[in-house]
Design a protein around this ligand. Structure first.
Ligand code: ATP
Ligand code: MG
Length: 326
């Protein structure tokens, strides 16, 4: 920011001359002939200094309240499934405020957002997952994604495979589209995932899983549960995996980093690459890998071996997903 003394007095007021502000005050303008010439302090007159101060204190022309970063995006993009949770702020007068970064990753950044209706107590916290175009790097999941799905428009397929900037942008948006859709399906099927609030371009807005003060729920990886709690988390995880399998899906990147635990309950996150276990030629392999990764964590935390029958779990999940006859 320049100091006021750096502003050229012959330039600044002239550029803003005769504009009426949204408080009805007139910005800029020639020095009125009724007003006596005021004394000069440095390079700016006092009048010019007052003018600059008033301009700086003025709210932006959009009328966006101070502290807000944007108007609520509720009227744009795709919205999550019905019924909508009662905590969700859907008023169009709401504003979004960025409270900070929850996590930056290779493929996406996750920001904490407060959506609130100014002048009221209505507010909710959201996690904004923003996919980044991979630029010169590759998404490590792109190849698997492209292997399992084909877009109908061949121009888009070609763009993604040659990784033009158009293609890279498309891939980032495709991840957002894929994650939003899967979350909607899973949420409607009663599987514990964050409620998908909206998708706008490459941004997916999610229910924030954490406390009202903005502290995010820990990942499974961060926990050292007592045996009873560990057993309970295992049962919840199995139940979520069966829920996914009944939808014909497996997570595709399941690990102790993609499971949050809030108030003792697990929530699966990070699902853009969820795999259709029947349609994907490697579906069975992804399912087994997910089961192995997550059971490894439970075993490492001391879940008794006789509680983890890996082949049996994989077989039952394959049956639930109709990969094997029941
Ligand atoms: N809905 C949410 N509520 C609270 N925290 C969240 C939410 N979604 C994501 N996070 C936080 O952001 C982190 C990254 O999210 P996610 O795993 O979806 O993105 P990612 O870019 O794939 O990250 P990574 O590459 O680390 O797996 C999570 O580990 C979690 O700490
Ligand atoms: Mg993740």
């Amino acid at each position: 920011m320049h100091s006021s003394d750096e502003v050229d007095p012959d330039d600044y007021p002239l550029r803003n001359r005769n504009r009426t502000t949204n408080t009805g005050r007139t910005r800029g303008g020639r020095r009125s002939s009724e007003q006596p010439d005021r004394t000069r302090g440095g390079r700016l007159t006092e009048e010019e200094r007052d003018l600059l101060t008033a301009l700086r204190e003025e709210p932006p022309a959009s009328g966006l309240p101070e502290d807000a970063d944007r108007w609520s995006t509720w009227d744009t993009g795709e919205r999550g499934p019905l019924p909508r949770p009662s905590w969700l702020v859907t008023e169009l007068a709401a504003v979004d405020q960025e409270l900070g970064v929850l996590k930056t990753g290779k493929e996406a950044d996750v920001e904490l957002i407060r959506r609130s209706v100014p002048g009221t107590a209505r507010e909710c916290l959201l996690a904004a997952k923003r996919y980044r175009a991979p630029d010169h790097r590759r998404f490590h999941r792109d190849a698997e994604y492209l292997e399992g799905r084909r877009m109908r428009k061949s121009r888009e397929n070609r763009a993604m495979s040659v990784r033009s900037s158009f293609g890279r942008g498309l891939l980032a948006e495709q991840w957002a589209v894929a994650e939003f859709r899967v979350l909607g399906e899973l949420r409607s099927a009663g599987i514990p995932v964050p409620y998908p609030v909206q998708r706008v371009g490459t941004e997916v807005l999610l229910e924030f899983v954490g406390d009202a003060d903005g502290s995010p729920a820990p990942r499974l990886a961060e926990l050292r549960p007592t045996p009873d709690v560990l057993e309970d988390l295992w049962i919840q995880t199995l139940s979520a995996l069966f829920g996914l399998a009944e939808q014909g899906l497996t997570h595709g990147d399941l690990s102790c980093y993609n499971v949050l635990v809030h108030n003792g309950e697990i929530v699966l996150i990070d699902l853009p690459q969820a795999v259709d276990v029947v349609a994907n030629p490697s579906g069975a392999r992804y399912l087994e890998r997910d089961v192995r990764n997550i059971t490894d964590w439970f075993r490492s935390r001391g879940l008794p071996e006789d509680r983890i029958d890996l082949p049996e779990v994989s077989r039952s999940l394959s049956q639930a997903a109709r990969l094997l006859p029941r």
